[in-house]
Design a protein around this ligand. Sequence first.
Ligand code: AMP
Ligand code: ZN
Length: 134
Amino acid sequence: MDNCIFCKIIGGEIPSATIYEDDEFKVILDRFPSNIGHVLILPKKHYADIFEIDEEVAGRLFKLAVRVAKHMKEVLGLEAMNLVQNNGTMAGQTVHHFHLHLIPRYKDDEVSVKWEQLDLTDEQIAEVQAKLKL
Ligand code: AMP
Ligand code: ZN
């Protein structure tokens, strides 16, 4: 993808602080992190988002995420971490090349991953359940 910043990072046109790389994935530090140690896992192949990514690639990516998370926990001495993965501009995605955020959490940090909760009735829940059942 010509105009994709992450494809350019993967292709070496734009520098990145890489912490891991293999044939299929690149793991880099977020250049504008929410917290110290904010990591991004990128598949080397361009998929815009969760709706495009190959299921098998996503499976291997998540396996790698577990490895990276455990490593980060150990070396950063973490107790907590958020995984964030945005899909679509409306959901806050700014780089339209699939990526998973691993965000270390420290006591009293300023990171916010919160939303207002809806107070649905059991009937409303059942309606949504019926619609979404796979
Ligand atoms: P999202 O908003 O989920 O699409 O996340 C995109 C992320 O990419 C943001 O957290 C940015 O800080 C990060 N980012 C943008 N440009 C670069 C870059 N050149 N190198 C590393 N991370 C970047
Ligand atoms: Zn790309």
